[in-house]
Ligand binder design. Sequence first.
Ligand code: SAM
Length: 537
Amino acid sequence: METEEDEKMQFLRSKATDLLLREEWKESIQVYSQFISLCQNHISDARNQLDTDRLLKLRKSMCLAYSNQAEARFRLRDFNQGLKDCDEALDIENAHFKTLLCKGKILLNLDRYNLALQCFKIAVLDPQASVNSDALNGFLEKCKKMESLSRTGGFDFSDWILSGFRGQLPELAEYTGPVEIKKSEISGRGLFATKNLDSGTLLLVTKAIAVERGILPQSDIDNAGQLVMWKNLVDKVVDSAGKCNRTYHILCKLSTGDEEESLEVPDIDLFRPDADESLFSNENVVKSRLLSILDVNSLTEDMISTKVLGKSSTDYYGVGLWVLSSFINHSCYPNAKRFHIGDYVIVHVSRDVKAGEELTFGYFDVFSPLCNRKKMAASWGFDCNCKRCKYEEGLCSKQEMKEMEIGIERGLDLGGVVYKLEECMRRWMVRGKAKGHLRASFWVAYSEVFGSDKLMRKWGRRIPAMEALVESIVDGVGGDGRILKVFMEGMKRNGAAYGGGGGVVEMEKAMKLGRGAYGKVMKKQAMKSILELITQS
Ligand SMILES: C[S@@+](CC[C@H](N)C(=O)[O-])C[C@H]1O[C@@H](n2cnc3c(N)ncnc32)[C@H](O)[C@@H]1O
């Protein structure tokens, strides 16, 4: 004989299933929760005197309800609660097929490839696996591939590059290369190389906590569009942090800009995809803290790279938050570069680096004079503490430096600026990297002269040769697409251009410069394709 409570349970169960089928996720979660608590009360109420059969039936229904609730949470990207539901279901039935699939999918989305793989491996043993074999095998393969990429960093961008950046985005996984977090002489903590690395070596690949993208017309003078995007980014980050202990926990390791010198130095293992879950405490999200963290650590997607990587709109704007790369300090003498592909940031070394060296990239364009860099650092809220700035500050009282900066500002006789700087460096006995620093500061003038036949005819004999200039600037500020472009154009002028036969040594040099600017790629042909693109841009 059915009781009123039985009827209510049946009603709730079919209503929740109906909502789930209609993809009304939030509503279905509400009804499943009611159903689950009704079941729990029913089981624990001693007056019901349930026999084993009835108890088993109820527990089976609860298992399915938890599993379906987890699926709905997965669709809403509420991964934390989704995992809890999966664990409740698996507590009742430890190899519940549907739940294992759902848990695996959630873990895969959270980049916990090994744990996801374990779920799919158990699921594949279930008789139901044969019905879902395509999907299941797809997940198994994906986990294995992601786990391997995450361990080895063996990403292959070649086919994507060769397709002109138009094909499917390359498959990416979280990767932490030969790096560690330590106290920095620049400010607070920084990221350091744990071994000698040659130019182009991949350092890390990290998925964004959140990114906000849009087309912002240049005419958006009052920055209204930018403000809307910023607000959306804040909402996304707060949402992600609220839904996942791990996310909030690792976000809280980032600087809020206050007392950076006394911040703890977290272990790099905390940021690895399969970090031990027990390391992540359960804290209440404090929005004001997240706002300060975003203020200090958010990055815009690098325009120069996005241009090369196929997003050519000058109005394109993307801003986001990536955790591990947020430990990288800025330097105007950087040794690393970053690119954005999809939601991932990819960081590689842009010149050879020694073990123990701090890894830095430019938060802003370092190919500009000290006064401009100071303004850009100020807009980031700091006084740049890097070696290049300290060196150039020692020269900035010199009258000639001021004259050259004014020359650049007015765009007058840029050949004259280059000539004057070279003369001054000779008189001031500037040597080694310092030459590269100063040349990068007056890059606008150099690139104008080297890009113009007319100016080259006038100044060519009185200024350094292109190869020497390129080598010096790479030594001074690392690889960059613009230096590569000057080099390729010089090669073309000298008749040793790509495809023109000959020029093997030059081509090898160009490939090395390409690795510094864009990172190593697996297929040589892909790097050649980047070089071609550079000369056309
Ligand atoms: C993204 S965080 C970099 C990591 C940070 N040092 C930490 O300990 O978490 C950016 C902050 O680091 C500091 N910083 C980065 N580069 C710097 C530089 N070249 N000179 C001075 N401060 C710098 C500034 O306080 C900046 O707001």
